[in-house]
Write a protein that binds this ligand. Structure first.
Ligand code: ZN
Length: 96
C-alpha cells in the first residue's frame, strides 16, 4: 500500500500534467490536503534530483497568466479583469 504522497509522486512522474483537483480526485483527498502534500513533495524530491514543474494558472476571461507565484494553491480571482474563472495550475515532476 502506497502512501498518498507516493501516489502523487508516481502520478506526476508519468509525464502527464495534472491539476490539484485531479490529484485530489485520484487520491480521494481534499484539495487542501493535496496542496500541502505537494509542498512537502517539492522539498523531498530535491534529494532525488527532481523538481516540480508548474504550468501557471491563467484567466479564462483575459488570458492573464499568474506566473511566478511560487504558491501551490490556485488563485481565485484575476487581478486584471476580476473574473473568477481561472484555469488551474498544472503540475508534473521532472528530472533536474
Ligand atoms: Zn482576467
Amino acid at each position: 500500500m502506497k502512501t498518498r504522497r507516493e501516489q502523487i509522486v508516481e502520478l506526476l512522474s508519468k509525464n502527464e500534467k495534472m491539476t490539484i483537483q485531479e490529484l485530489a480526485d485520484f487520491t480521494k483527498a481534499s484539495v487542501k490536503t493535496v496542496a500541502a502534500d505537494l509542498d512537502s513533495v517539492r522539498k523531498t524530491i530535491k534529494y532525488d534530483n527532481k523538481r516540480i514543474e508548474v504550468n501557471p494558472a491563467s484567466c479564462v476571461g483575459c488570458n492573464y497568466v499568474f506566473s511566478g507565484r511560487g504558491r501551490i494553491s490556485d488563485p481565485h480571482k484575476c487581478p486584471e479583469c476580476h473574473s473568477e474563472r481561472i484555469n488551474p495550475q498544472k503540475f508534473r515532476i521532472v528530472s533536474v
